[in-house]
Structures are given as C-alpha cells and as structure tokens.
Design a protein around this ligand. Structure first.
Ligand SMILES: Nc1ncnc2c1ncn2[C@@H]1O[C@H](COP(=O)(O)OP(=O)(O)O)[C@@H](O)[C@H]1O
Ligand SMILES: [Mg+2]
Length: 337
C-alpha cells in the first residue's frame, strides 16, 4: 500500500463554494512569487501563503515525508476547489474520510489533529477539533446502547474529526457483537452528516487491511489512505532531542549515546509492541523525573544553576517500557495522546 490519495486526483473537482467559508488570501498572485511547487515535494514548498502555517507544524515532525506530501495534496485540493468555486466552475463534493495505518507512536493522532485544523482553516469543517475514541467508547452493553453511544460521539465530532483508534476491534466479536452496531451506526452517520465531519479509522496496518477486506462496503468510503512507517533509530533520537528542546532540556552527547542503546534494546525486545515516538517520549519524561530527584539530592538547599537544570545525563536515562508501567503487549490504544 502506498500513501497516495486514491481517487482524489480524478475527483479533484471542487465542492460547493459555500462550504469554503474561511477565505485565506495571503497567496501571492504574481507568477514569480507563486511559481508552481514541484510535484509532491511538500517540504520544498514556498513558505508563504496559507500553506506556510501547516508547513511549520509539519516541519516540526521528523520524517513522515509521504504523509507530508499527502497532507499537501489535500491542502492543494481544497485551495483549488476554492478558486474553482470563485470562478463558477463545476463543483462536486469530495470525500475526506481516511484510513491511517501504522504502529503505535508513529504520529497518527498528531497528524489527524493537524488535519482537523487544516480542514477548519480551509473552511471545510466548522470547528476543527478532534474526538479520539476507541471501542470501549463506542460499544454499549445492551441492544440500542451502542447506537446511542456512537451517535452521541458523532454529534460531538460534528465540525471536526472523529478518530477511531483500533477500528477493527469493532468487528472482532462477529455478527452478535455490539461492535457491528457501532460500524453500522458510523456508516449511517457518514450518510446523514455528509461533509459535517471527517472520519478517520486508525490502527495496525495488517489488522486494518484485514478489516477492510472483510467489510467490502468500507474501502470505497475511505478514499484516502496514509501509511505511517516505523521510525529509524536516528529519527527516534532526533524526535527525542526535539521533545527535550521543547521542554527546555538538553541531552548531553553521552546521553544521546545512551538513548540510542535504549532504543535499540527496546526495538529488539518489544518487536511487535514497540511504540516508536511514544517510547522515546516516555524515556524522556522518565529522565526528567530522574534528573529532578538527582539534582535535589545533589543540591538539597540551593538552585543547581542553569546548566545543571537543563542537562539530562546518561544516568537519568533508563528503560521506560516495563519499569515505567507502559502497558506491554498493549494494543496501542492506551491513553489517547
Ligand atoms: N515524526 C514525529 N516527530 C516528532 N514527534 C512525533 C513524531 N511522531 C510522533 N511524535 C510524538 O510522539 C507521540 C506519539 O504520537 P501519536 O501521534 O500519539 O502516535 P500514534 O497516534 O500513531 O500512536 C506524540 O507526543 C507525538 O507528538
Ligand atoms: Mg494515537
């Protein structure tokens, strides 16, 4: 599977211009300033115009080139739809429901949140919020309960994105399971509230693929598929350094070396449950706690000074999976982040 938006190009027609109620007009109209972007190269696009806002957010994310390209395609589609509407050209509603495939901690929720804001900024969605749910939020305990719970969550998501993590778990119990009722209710809501919310189904690649295969009515309803690959060790280190920087901490060079070792070890030991960027976030947050305890021991009655406050030492970095209570063998749903 690749990350192309199947069907987006030929359906690249615009939607009724009344839907584009937020007009973003900072685009330079002159050909010189607005020279066409190289195809798909989201990262090398001119950093002006409405796109720059989203590009800044995307640039903060390490890797994910294919996802970034696809987000740019969606932006381009919306912007051109707007121009087409203005020019009185034929408009046709486009479907933006999506499938996100990838292991835990590969950025799915983060990108979904960004897309919600993009859709809002481009006038497609009124609010641009993200409602993240999993099976337990949708499925009830008696007949009719599930439909009600699911409908309530769809209502909460109107004007934004409804993000269903581990979507396939709704199909697990078979025909008699209430999960099926949740799927049916979601499908009905997609008809009833067309264009009022975007539904994103997310989860492990293999499970999602199986889910789509066994529910033949579904794939055509989700024309956009994004694949979130595992990060390399280098990328994970880069992500950790960025996270540290955001929090006003610095990983000393020996600490980077230690982090690399921890990541390699965890990758080997938790092959099927390695949680990518979430893992390094846990290591980092744990290191911050360890550093605090270490500093208070070293400096019981005075401030350790700026340099000490900022530096995370190798001894602060420890394995954060089992010891820190991160669910092992977790399904990846865990705490929504
Ligand atoms: N490419 C990336 N660059 C920087 N941080 C990232 C990246 N991908 C994920 N993260 C961070 O890792 C954490 C987990 O990401 P998340 O979007 O919740 O993953 P998923 O939904 O796939 O489980 C978040 O704190 C997120 O900001
Ligand atoms: Mg998530």
């Amino acid at each position: 599977m690749n990350t192309r938006a199947t069907g987006t190009r030929d359906a690249a027609a615009s939607r009724p211009s009344r839907q584009i109620n937020v007009v973003l007009r900072s685009h330079e109209p002159t050909p010189a300033a607005g020279s066409p972007p190289e195809s798909g190269a989201a990262r090398s696009l001119p950093a002006n115009g409405p796109w720059s806002e989203w590009q800044k957010e995307l640039d903060r994310m390490v890797g994910l080139d294919n996802v970034k390209e696809l987000v740019y395609e969606i932006y381009a589609l919306l912007q051109i739809a707007h121009y087409r509407g203005d020019a009185g050209l034929h408009s046709q509603a486009h479907v933006y429901h999506m499938i996100f495939k990838g292991n835990p901690g590969t950025g799915k929720t983060t990108v979904a949140r960004l897309l919600a804001k993009l859709f809002q900024g481009m006038g497609l969605l009124a609010k641009g919020h993200l409602v993240e749910v999993e099976r337990a939020d949708l499925v009830g305990e008696y007949i009719g309960h599930t439909a009600q719970k699911t409908r309530d969550l769809v209502k909460k998501a109107l004007g934004g994105v409804l993000f269903v993590d581990e979507a396939y778990s709704l199909a697990r119990g078979g025909e008699k399971d209430f999960g099926k009722e949740a799927i049916d209710t979601l499908v009905k809501a997609m008809e009833d509230y067309k264009n009022q919310f975007v539904l994103i189904l997310a989860g492990y690649t293999m499970e999602i693929d199986m889910f789509m295969l066994t529910n033949p009515g579904l794939p055509s309803r989700f024309p956009i598929q994004m694949e979130f690959p595992d990060y390399s060790v280098d990328q994970l280190v880069q992500i950790a350094e960025g996270m540290a920087r955001e929090r006003d901490y610095v990983l000393l060079p020996q600490s980077v070396f230690k982090l690399r070792q921890l990541v390699l070890q965890e990758k080997n030991e938790a092959i099927f449950h390695f949680s990518n960027a979430r893992y390094v976030r846990n290591v980092l947050e744990r290191a911050i706690r360890n550093q605090a305890v270490r500093l208070l021991q070293q400096y019981p009655a005075e401030s350790p000074g700026r340099q000490e406050l900022v530096g995370l030492r190798p001894e602060d970095l420890r394995q954060a999976s089992v010891a820190a209570g991160t669910p092992q063998g977790a399904t990846g749903a865990g705490a929504p982040s």
